[in-house]
Design a protein around this ligand. Structure first.
Ligand SMILES: Nc1ncnc2c1ncn2[C@@H]1O[C@H](COP(=O)(O)OP(=O)(O)O)[C@@H](O)[C@H]1O
Ligand SMILES: [Mg+2]
Length: 247
């Protein structure tokens, strides 16, 4: 069984009389350590699909299995545990807590699950959590900004804090929804390079990046193109869209 397996997955949203099919019979397998780009236009179902993998939304039919865990049928309590232990998330608008500085934002996330020790135990010691948070801020090149509040950081810096926050939990899976959607090209590139360096085969960490930007596709080990809630194309190798699709 693949590490992440989606089988005949469908999701429909109802708003009053209006029904929208967001996902329409998705079959997809993702191996551990892969960096997958989920690519497609606005409304294709990318965010819905990402939320299904992360246990943030439930399908109408079909199944989501992650590391042999039947995510789509877990109770709310086990879903919370699943998300805490397995999943790190990065959003387009960073979603940092504005009243906490960069370091505290990361500590806050680690607080929820503690720090795995080499003997297999989990520590909730404040000092150990602080060290872990600093280690990750350093990895994204922001140790000298640890006392800055989100409003005192640039967009690119805020996104780097949010990557550090997601990865400091050392999750097996990193999910990123349009992580560069709110950044200009050069800063976005830098954010993606940091993300790439901190994930993938070397770290045995699986990554799914959602984007509508074809220029991001070449970064992936593979690209899945979504259209109207369906897998329109499943490139199992590196894939670079034709230049005329670039903007
Ligand atoms: N909570 C919701 N209620 C109603 N419709 C929704 C909801 N979330 C998404 N949709 C609809 O489902 C479709 C897919 O949305 P989404 O997964 O956000 O696409 P994408 O991320 O590719 O832009 C869209 O038509 C969207 O309007
Ligand atoms: Mg979206």
């Amino acid at each position: 069984m693949a590490f992440i397996e989606l089988s005949d997955l469908s999701k429909e949203y109802s708003l009053g009389e209006t029904k929208t099919v967001a996902l329409d019979g998705i079959d997809l397998e993702i191996n551990r350590g892969q960096l997958v780009i989920l690519y497609g236009p606005s409304g294709a179902g990318k965010t819905t699909l990402l939320n299904m993998i992360g246990g943030l939304d439930v399908p109408n039919s079909g199944t989501v299995t992650v590391d042999e865990i039947p995510v789509s049928t877990l109770s709310a309590k086990w879903l919370t545990t699943f998300r805490k232990q397995k999943i790190g998330v990065v959003f387009q608008f960073f979603n940092l807590l504005s009243r906490l500085n960069a370091l505290e934002n990361i500590e806050y996330a680690i607080d929820l699950i503690g720090v795995k020790q080499s003997d297999g135990s989990t520590s909730f010691n404040g000092k150990i959590i602080r060290e872990k948070a600093k280690e990750y801020l350093e990895k994204v090149g922001l140790k000298d900004r640890m006392n800055h509040f989100p409003a005192q950081l640039s967009g690119g810096e805020q996104q780097r804090v949010s990557i550090a926050r997601a990865l400091a939990k050392e999750p097996e899976i990193l999910l990123a929804d349009e992580p560069t959607g709110n950044l200009d090209y050069k800063i976005g590139r830098n954010v993606l390079e940091i993300m790439e360096a901190m994930t993938g085969k070397a770290q045995n960490r699986t990554v799914v990046i959602v984007t509508h930007n074809p220029a991001i596709c070449p970064l992936g080990d593979r690209v899945v193109r979504l259209s109207d809630g369906k897998v329109a194309e499943n490139y199992t190798q590196k894939y670079t869209p034709a230049k005329e699709l670039y903007w």
